[in-house]
Design a protein around this ligand. Structure first.
Ligand SMILES: [Zn+2]
Ligand SMILES: [Zn+2]
Ligand SMILES: [Zn+2]
Length: 333
């Protein structure tokens, strides 16, 4: 018996967090998952971990992967521009963080869907051949600068879905540094000098914010490092080496060509970073919704931030043409 290769393979996994009196319970629509009652803080992380395990176990050849949004008549997003771009895994969050979905989806549908972020191939990566993404050793060494931008772009995209929507810009910038500097067990040691350089030294509330989100766990503060453990399972499956990630982390603190003083408000620095990660050459563009998501802001706030970057003379101009989904920006000559 032969299986028809034209039959679309379903690649959607969902989990729900059911509130219970003694803590939320995790229910998977694909396996008889019975979780003990979770603490609210660990529920989000447990949901993501479980979805990541499904994707890692249920690997299929690349040519059989199709846009799952399209097979449902593109009901996951308001606009329909037609499918385009490579098929990637994307993580979506609904019902205020109680419903999580991981699915194969094309780049166009992912960009048009709210609360959805493409999961980088470098995360959720199985070591088996034919896996979701290319293993580290097969990944071509990126050109200096471009590789840093790409890694930061991927990680910002992932964090936009993995962190709660109310996360502050400072917490997002801190989470990015942790994600890029973690070892393969999810342990991170951030020198106090680095935290001082980021203007977050002594800001215990940022660590509490990420711990409350169930994204990390803090060890008791010890000189000269701050040690944390990342609970998000995707952070334990980095396919990119630590050296390259550390270089990208360093670039993220000084994202040429959009470098702002560290004392500038974090929301503005995060916007500049998201923009720098999508900048190549003197004229660049990116999807407006995507930029707003990566910056953790509403679209109107994003436009204010872009005006600020013009005032700082980091941008010469920016434009969001009416009826277009792309924002365009130009660097000073
Ligand atoms: Zn399951
Ligand atoms: Zn679609
Ligand atoms: Zn599509």
């Amino acid at each position: 018996m032969r299986l028809s290769t034209h039959y679309p393979v379903q690649r959607i996994w969902t989990v729900q967090l059911h509130p219970q009196a003694d803590g939320p319970a995790l229910v998977c629509s694909h396996c008889p998952l019975h979780t003990p009652r979770l603490s609210p803080a660990s529920a989000r992380s447990a949901a993501l971990t479980h979805l990541a395990q499904h994707a890692q176990r249920e690997v299929i050849p690349k040519h059989l992967r199709t846009c799952q949004c399209r097979t449902r008549g593109c009901c996951w997003h308001p606009r329909h521009r037609g499918c385009s771009g490579p098929i990637r895994l994307a993580l979506s969050c609904g019902s205020g963080g109680r419903l999580w979905r991981l699915a194969d989806i094309c780049s166009a549908c992912a960009a048009a869907s709210r609360h959805t972020a493409v999961v980088p191939d470098t995360l959720l990566n199985s070591q088996r051949s034919g896996s979701v993404g290319a293993p580290t050793r097969k990944r071509r060494k990126p050109a200096c600068g471009a590789g840093d931008r790409l890694l930061v772009q991927e990680m910002l995209t992932y964090l936009a879905a993995a962190l709660p929507r109310f996360s502050s810009a400072s917490a997002r910038l801190l989470a990015l540094q942790c994600a890029l500097r973690a070892d393969t067990r999810g342990n991170v040691r951030l020198p106090h000098g680095l935290l001082r350089g980021m203007h977050v030294h002594g800001r215990a509330e940022l660590w509490s914010e990420l711990a409350y989100a169930g994204w990390l766990q803090c060890a008791a503060p010890r000189e000269p490092h701050r040690e944390v453990h990342l609970l998000d399972a995707a952070m334990h499956a980095h396919a990119t080496g630590r050296r390259l990630r550390a270089r990208a982390a360093h670039w993220a603190m000084h994202p040429t060509p959009l470098i702002l003083p560290q004392a500038t408000p974090s929301a503005l620095r995060l916007t500049a970073l998201a923009l720098a990660a999508h900048t190549s050459g003197t004229a660049s563009s990116a999807d407006a919704d995507l930029l707003a998501r990566l910056s953790g802001q509403a679209p109107e706030q994003l436009e204010d931030a872009l005006d600020e970057l013009v005032r700082f003379r980091l941008l010469q101009a920016w434009q969001h043409p009416i009826g277009q989904e792309e924002i365009f920006w130009w660097l000073p000559r």
